[in-house]
Write a protein of this length. Structure first.
Length: 359
Protein backbone atom coordinates (compact mmCIF):
# COMPACT_ATOMS: atom_id res chain seq x y z
CA UNK A 1 0.00 0.00 0.00
CA UNK A 2 1.33 3.39 -1.03
CA UNK A 3 2.03 5.74 1.85
CA UNK A 4 0.58 9.36 1.69
CA UNK A 5 3.13 12.17 1.75
CA UNK A 6 2.81 14.31 4.88
CA UNK A 7 2.35 18.12 4.37
CA UNK A 8 4.87 20.31 6.11
CA UNK A 9 3.11 22.31 8.91
CA UNK A 10 5.33 25.26 8.17
CA UNK A 11 3.72 25.64 4.78
CA UNK A 12 0.23 25.74 6.38
CA UNK A 13 1.43 28.30 8.91
CA UNK A 14 2.89 30.44 6.15
CA UNK A 15 -0.45 30.44 4.28
CA UNK A 16 -2.38 31.40 7.43
CA UNK A 17 0.10 34.15 8.30
CA UNK A 18 -0.06 35.51 4.76
CA UNK A 19 -3.87 35.64 4.90
CA UNK A 20 -3.75 37.55 8.18
CA UNK A 21 -1.20 40.01 6.81
CA UNK A 22 -3.31 40.62 3.71
CA UNK A 23 -6.44 41.22 5.81
CA UNK A 24 -4.72 43.66 8.12
CA UNK A 25 -3.10 45.45 5.21
CA UNK A 26 -6.48 45.79 3.50
CA UNK A 27 -7.96 47.32 6.61
CA UNK A 28 -5.02 49.67 7.03
CA UNK A 29 -4.91 50.88 3.47
CA UNK A 30 -8.49 50.48 2.22
CA UNK A 31 -10.68 50.28 5.33
CA UNK A 32 -12.51 53.19 6.97
CA UNK A 33 -9.90 55.73 8.03
CA UNK A 34 -7.23 53.79 6.23
CA UNK A 35 -4.03 55.23 4.82
CA UNK A 36 -5.43 55.36 1.32
CA UNK A 37 -8.84 56.71 2.39
CA UNK A 38 -9.36 60.42 1.80
CA UNK A 39 -10.05 62.21 5.07
CA UNK A 40 -10.41 65.84 6.10
CA UNK A 41 -9.84 67.34 9.52
CA UNK A 42 -11.94 70.05 11.15
CA UNK A 43 -12.11 71.77 14.50
CA UNK A 44 -15.20 72.45 16.61
CA UNK A 45 -15.40 74.70 19.68
CA UNK A 46 -18.07 73.65 22.16
CA UNK A 47 -19.11 76.20 24.80
CA UNK A 48 -20.23 73.66 27.40
CA UNK A 49 -18.67 70.64 29.02
CA UNK A 50 -17.45 67.81 26.78
CA UNK A 51 -17.47 65.22 29.55
CA UNK A 52 -18.23 61.86 27.97
CA UNK A 53 -16.62 62.77 24.63
CA UNK A 54 -13.38 60.86 24.04
CA UNK A 55 -10.82 60.38 21.31
CA UNK A 56 -12.32 57.85 18.94
CA UNK A 57 -15.92 58.90 19.65
CA UNK A 58 -17.98 58.74 16.47
CA UNK A 59 -18.90 61.69 14.30
CA UNK A 60 -22.33 61.10 12.76
CA UNK A 61 -24.50 62.88 10.24
CA UNK A 62 -28.12 62.26 11.29
CA UNK A 63 -27.03 59.01 12.94
CA UNK A 64 -24.77 57.75 10.11
CA UNK A 65 -21.10 57.53 11.06
CA UNK A 66 -18.90 59.60 8.74
CA UNK A 67 -15.82 60.10 10.94
CA UNK A 68 -14.39 60.15 14.44
CA UNK A 69 -12.86 62.43 17.08
CA UNK A 70 -9.08 62.62 16.72
CA UNK A 71 -8.08 64.94 19.56
CA UNK A 72 -9.47 67.02 22.44
CA UNK A 73 -7.48 69.59 24.38
CA UNK A 74 -7.78 72.81 26.34
CA UNK A 75 -6.36 76.11 25.15
CA UNK A 76 -6.04 79.31 27.14
CA UNK A 77 -5.89 82.93 26.08
CA UNK A 78 -3.47 84.50 28.59
CA UNK A 79 -4.57 88.04 27.87
CA UNK A 80 -8.18 87.38 28.88
CA UNK A 81 -7.74 84.23 30.95
CA UNK A 82 -10.42 82.51 28.90
CA UNK A 83 -10.40 78.83 28.07
CA UNK A 84 -11.47 77.08 24.90
CA UNK A 85 -11.92 73.39 24.27
CA UNK A 86 -11.23 72.58 20.62
CA UNK A 87 -12.40 69.19 19.41
CA UNK A 88 -10.54 67.95 16.33
CA UNK A 89 -12.50 65.56 14.14
CA UNK A 90 -11.71 63.60 11.02
CA UNK A 91 -14.36 63.12 8.34
CA UNK A 92 -14.45 60.93 5.26
CA UNK A 93 -16.22 62.99 2.55
CA UNK A 94 -16.58 59.86 0.44
CA UNK A 95 -19.12 58.53 2.99
CA UNK A 96 -21.54 61.21 1.74
CA UNK A 97 -22.56 60.45 -1.85
CA UNK A 98 -24.85 62.12 -4.35
CA UNK A 99 -28.41 60.94 -4.89
CA UNK A 100 -28.60 58.43 -7.76
CA UNK A 101 -24.82 58.13 -8.18
CA UNK A 102 -21.56 57.18 -6.54
CA UNK A 103 -19.95 60.62 -6.63
CA UNK A 104 -18.28 61.78 -3.46
CA UNK A 105 -19.23 64.92 -1.60
CA UNK A 106 -16.64 67.10 -3.37
CA UNK A 107 -17.74 66.02 -6.85
CA UNK A 108 -21.44 66.12 -5.93
CA UNK A 109 -21.30 69.75 -4.76
CA UNK A 110 -19.35 70.85 -7.89
CA UNK A 111 -17.26 73.33 -5.91
CA UNK A 112 -13.60 74.06 -5.42
CA UNK A 113 -14.14 75.00 -1.76
CA UNK A 114 -13.98 72.55 1.09
CA UNK A 115 -17.20 70.50 0.81
CA UNK A 116 -18.05 70.82 4.52
CA UNK A 117 -17.50 74.59 4.38
CA UNK A 118 -20.01 74.78 1.53
CA UNK A 119 -22.50 72.90 3.69
CA UNK A 120 -21.83 75.28 6.59
CA UNK A 121 -23.07 78.13 4.40
CA UNK A 122 -26.33 76.16 3.96
CA UNK A 123 -26.80 75.56 7.70
CA UNK A 124 -24.51 72.66 8.72
CA UNK A 125 -23.95 72.73 12.50
CA UNK A 126 -22.25 70.46 15.06
CA UNK A 127 -23.92 69.38 18.27
CA UNK A 128 -23.09 67.03 21.15
CA UNK A 129 -25.53 64.15 21.59
CA UNK A 130 -25.80 61.40 24.19
CA UNK A 131 -24.64 58.05 22.78
CA UNK A 132 -25.49 55.87 25.80
CA UNK A 133 -27.52 56.57 28.92
CA UNK A 134 -25.68 53.81 30.78
CA UNK A 135 -22.10 54.94 30.10
CA UNK A 136 -22.82 58.63 29.51
CA UNK A 137 -20.73 58.59 26.33
CA UNK A 138 -21.22 61.46 23.86
CA UNK A 139 -20.75 61.76 20.12
CA UNK A 140 -20.59 64.63 17.65
CA UNK A 141 -23.71 64.93 15.52
CA UNK A 142 -23.78 66.97 12.31
CA UNK A 143 -27.08 68.18 10.90
CA UNK A 144 -28.62 71.02 8.94
CA UNK A 145 -29.94 73.91 11.05
CA UNK A 146 -30.42 76.80 8.60
CA UNK A 147 -32.36 78.86 11.16
CA UNK A 148 -29.37 79.14 13.52
CA UNK A 149 -26.47 81.60 13.35
CA UNK A 150 -22.97 80.35 12.57
CA UNK A 151 -20.63 81.42 15.38
CA UNK A 152 -16.90 81.15 14.61
CA UNK A 153 -14.08 81.55 17.13
CA UNK A 154 -11.31 82.26 14.57
CA UNK A 155 -8.66 81.14 17.03
CA UNK A 156 -6.73 78.75 14.82
CA UNK A 157 -6.36 78.61 11.08
CA UNK A 158 -4.84 75.15 11.27
CA UNK A 159 -8.09 73.41 10.29
CA UNK A 160 -11.46 74.65 8.96
CA UNK A 161 -13.94 75.34 11.74
CA UNK A 162 -17.43 73.87 11.92
CA UNK A 163 -19.78 76.05 14.00
CA UNK A 164 -21.45 74.43 17.01
CA UNK A 165 -24.85 74.97 18.62
CA UNK A 166 -26.02 74.17 22.13
CA UNK A 167 -27.11 70.62 22.69
CA UNK A 168 -30.33 69.59 24.37
CA UNK A 169 -28.22 68.47 27.34
CA UNK A 170 -26.74 71.96 27.70
CA UNK A 171 -30.19 73.54 27.52
CA UNK A 172 -31.46 71.09 30.12
CA UNK A 173 -28.51 71.85 32.39
CA UNK A 174 -29.09 75.60 32.06
CA UNK A 175 -32.78 75.14 32.87
CA UNK A 176 -31.95 73.06 35.94
CA UNK A 177 -29.40 75.64 37.11
CA UNK A 178 -32.02 78.40 36.85
CA UNK A 179 -34.47 76.49 39.02
CA UNK A 180 -34.71 77.54 42.71
CA UNK A 181 -33.70 74.10 43.92
CA UNK A 182 -33.43 75.10 47.59
CA UNK A 183 -36.92 76.57 47.59
CA UNK A 184 -38.31 73.54 45.78
CA UNK A 185 -36.57 71.19 48.24
CA UNK A 186 -37.97 73.16 51.18
CA UNK A 187 -41.50 72.96 49.79
CA UNK A 188 -41.11 69.25 49.13
CA UNK A 189 -39.99 68.69 52.73
CA UNK A 190 -42.97 70.71 54.02
CA UNK A 191 -45.31 68.75 51.77
CA UNK A 192 -43.84 65.45 52.97
CA UNK A 193 -44.26 66.53 56.60
CA UNK A 194 -47.89 67.46 55.92
CA UNK A 195 -48.55 64.12 54.24
CA UNK A 196 -46.94 62.28 57.14
CA UNK A 197 -49.08 64.20 59.63
CA UNK A 198 -52.22 63.31 57.70
CA UNK A 199 -51.27 59.65 57.36
CA UNK A 200 -50.43 59.25 61.04
CA UNK A 201 -53.44 61.19 62.35
CA UNK A 202 -56.08 59.17 64.30
CA UNK A 203 -58.83 60.89 62.35
CA UNK A 204 -57.65 59.32 59.11
CA UNK A 205 -57.82 55.82 60.56
CA UNK A 206 -61.30 56.55 61.90
CA UNK A 207 -62.37 57.90 58.51
CA UNK A 208 -61.03 54.76 56.84
CA UNK A 209 -63.02 52.60 59.27
CA UNK A 210 -66.14 54.68 58.56
CA UNK A 211 -65.59 54.27 54.85
CA UNK A 212 -65.31 50.52 55.35
CA UNK A 213 -68.56 50.43 57.33
CA UNK A 214 -70.28 52.61 54.76
CA UNK A 215 -69.10 50.28 52.01
CA UNK A 216 -70.57 47.29 53.85
CA UNK A 217 -73.89 49.09 54.32
CA UNK A 218 -73.91 50.12 50.70
CA UNK A 219 -73.29 46.52 49.69
CA UNK A 220 -76.22 45.38 51.83
CA UNK A 221 -78.45 48.07 50.33
CA UNK A 222 -77.50 47.03 46.82
CA UNK A 223 -78.26 43.39 47.58
CA UNK A 224 -81.64 44.30 49.09
CA UNK A 225 -82.40 46.52 46.13
CA UNK A 226 -81.53 43.73 43.73
CA UNK A 227 -83.78 41.35 45.68
CA UNK A 228 -86.71 43.76 45.43
CA UNK A 229 -86.10 44.76 41.86
CA UNK A 230 -86.36 41.23 40.47
CA UNK A 231 -90.13 40.79 41.20
CA UNK A 232 -90.76 44.43 40.22
CA UNK A 233 -89.09 43.89 36.87
CA UNK A 234 -91.06 40.66 36.37
CA UNK A 235 -94.34 42.43 37.22
CA UNK A 236 -93.48 45.32 34.94
CA UNK A 237 -92.71 42.91 32.14
CA UNK A 238 -96.09 41.16 32.60
CA UNK A 239 -97.86 44.54 32.67
CA UNK A 240 -96.20 45.58 29.45
CA UNK A 241 -97.16 42.30 27.79
CA UNK A 242 -100.81 42.71 28.92
CA UNK A 243 -100.82 46.32 27.71
CA UNK A 244 -99.52 45.20 24.32
CA UNK A 245 -102.24 42.51 24.14
CA UNK A 246 -104.93 45.05 25.13
CA UNK A 247 -103.72 47.54 22.54
CA UNK A 248 -103.84 44.80 19.90
CA UNK A 249 -107.46 44.01 20.82
CA UNK A 250 -108.38 47.71 20.86
CA UNK A 251 -106.86 48.18 17.43
CA UNK A 252 -108.95 45.26 16.15
CA UNK A 253 -112.17 46.79 17.56
CA UNK A 254 -111.49 50.44 16.82
CA UNK A 255 -111.09 49.97 13.08
CA UNK A 256 -114.69 48.72 12.42
CA UNK A 257 -116.05 51.25 14.97
CA UNK A 258 -114.29 54.04 13.11
CA UNK A 259 -115.76 52.84 9.82
CA UNK A 260 -119.26 52.77 11.37
CA UNK A 261 -118.76 56.24 12.83
CA UNK A 262 -117.70 57.58 9.44
CA UNK A 263 -120.83 56.10 7.86
CA UNK A 264 -123.06 57.59 10.60
CA UNK A 265 -121.48 61.01 10.16
CA UNK A 266 -122.04 60.81 6.43
CA UNK A 267 -125.73 59.96 6.96
CA UNK A 268 -126.07 62.77 9.52
CA UNK A 269 -124.59 65.26 7.08
CA UNK A 270 -127.10 64.13 4.43
CA UNK A 271 -130.03 64.41 6.87
CA UNK A 272 -128.99 67.89 7.99
CA UNK A 273 -128.69 69.00 4.40
CA UNK A 274 -132.21 67.67 3.73
CA UNK A 275 -133.58 69.42 6.83
CA UNK A 276 -131.94 72.67 5.79
CA UNK A 277 -133.56 72.40 2.39
CA UNK A 278 -136.98 71.88 4.03
CA UNK A 279 -136.63 74.48 6.76
CA UNK A 280 -135.70 77.41 4.53
CA UNK A 281 -139.10 77.65 2.78
CA UNK A 282 -140.94 76.87 6.04
CA UNK A 283 -139.05 79.66 7.77
CA UNK A 284 -140.12 82.04 5.02
CA UNK A 285 -143.78 81.01 5.47
CA UNK A 286 -143.58 81.49 9.23
CA UNK A 287 -142.10 84.94 8.78
CA UNK A 288 -144.92 85.85 6.39
CA UNK A 289 -147.54 84.47 8.83
CA UNK A 290 -146.02 86.42 11.69
CA UNK A 291 -146.09 89.59 9.64
CA UNK A 292 -149.76 88.93 8.81
CA UNK A 293 -150.57 88.44 12.49
CA UNK A 294 -148.86 91.68 13.36
CA UNK A 295 -150.74 93.51 10.63
CA UNK A 296 -154.05 92.02 11.83
CA UNK A 297 -153.31 93.00 15.44
CA UNK A 298 -152.57 96.56 14.41
CA UNK A 299 -155.76 96.72 12.38
CA UNK A 300 -157.74 95.24 15.28
CA UNK A 301 -156.32 97.85 17.62
CA UNK A 302 -157.36 100.58 15.24
CA UNK A 303 -160.82 99.05 14.99
CA UNK A 304 -161.16 98.93 18.78
CA UNK A 305 -160.31 102.58 19.04
CA UNK A 306 -162.86 103.40 16.40
CA UNK A 307 -165.45 101.28 18.15
CA UNK A 308 -164.74 103.02 21.44
CA UNK A 309 -165.31 106.31 19.77
CA UNK A 310 -168.56 105.09 18.15
CA UNK A 311 -170.00 103.27 21.14
CA UNK A 312 -168.47 104.67 24.21
CA UNK A 313 -171.39 103.45 26.39
CA UNK A 314 -171.33 99.79 25.16
CA UNK A 315 -168.65 98.49 27.51
CA UNK A 316 -169.57 94.81 27.06
CA UNK A 317 -168.80 94.86 23.36
CA UNK A 318 -165.51 96.58 24.04
CA UNK A 319 -164.53 93.93 26.59
CA UNK A 320 -165.23 91.15 24.12
CA UNK A 321 -163.11 92.81 21.48
CA UNK A 322 -160.29 93.27 23.99
CA UNK A 323 -160.35 89.56 24.86
CA UNK A 324 -160.30 88.69 21.18
CA UNK A 325 -157.31 90.96 20.59
CA UNK A 326 -155.45 89.39 23.53
CA UNK A 327 -155.99 85.92 22.08
CA UNK A 328 -154.70 87.15 18.74
CA UNK A 329 -151.58 88.65 20.40
CA UNK A 330 -151.01 85.41 22.35
CA UNK A 331 -151.25 83.36 19.18
CA UNK A 332 -148.79 85.74 17.48
CA UNK A 333 -146.30 85.36 20.34
CA UNK A 334 -146.54 81.54 20.14
CA UNK A 335 -145.88 81.64 16.42
CA UNK A 336 -142.86 83.95 16.97
CA UNK A 337 -141.49 81.68 19.73
CA UNK A 338 -141.89 78.58 17.54
CA UNK A 339 -140.10 80.33 14.70
CA UNK A 340 -137.17 81.23 16.97
CA UNK A 341 -137.06 77.70 18.40
CA UNK A 342 -137.14 76.19 14.94
CA UNK A 343 -134.30 78.45 13.85
CA UNK A 344 -132.17 77.35 16.86
CA UNK A 345 -132.95 73.60 16.56
CA UNK A 346 -134.23 72.55 13.13
CA UNK A 347 -134.43 68.86 14.21
CA UNK A 348 -137.47 69.65 16.38
CA UNK A 349 -139.64 68.93 13.33
CA UNK A 350 -138.22 65.35 13.29
CA UNK A 351 -138.21 64.40 16.99
CA UNK A 352 -140.95 66.77 18.35
CA UNK A 353 -140.84 69.00 21.40
CA UNK A 354 -139.72 67.45 24.70
CA UNK A 355 -141.83 67.80 27.85
CA UNK A 356 -139.36 70.22 29.42
CA UNK A 357 -139.56 72.73 26.52
CA UNK A 358 -141.47 75.93 27.18
CA UNK A 359 -144.55 76.24 24.92
Amino acid sequence: MRRRKRIDPRIIGAFVLGAIILSVSGLIFFGPGGLLTETRKYVIYFSGSVKGLNVGSPVRFRGVKIGQVKDINVRIQPSEYTFNIPVFIEIEPSRIKSEGGNEGLLDALKTNKDPMTSLVDKGLRAQLQLDSLVTGQLYVNLDMHPDTDAKFHSISNEFPELPAISSSLDELSETIEELPLKEIASKLISTADGIEAIVTSPGLHKAIDNVGNSAEQLDLMIRELNRQLIPMVTSLKNTVEQAELTMTKLDARIEPLADSLDATLSQTRGTMAHIDSKIDPLDDQLQKTLQAFETTAKQAGIAVEQIRELSGTDSQLIDQLSVTLQEVNKAARKVAYFADELERDPQILLRGRSQGDTP
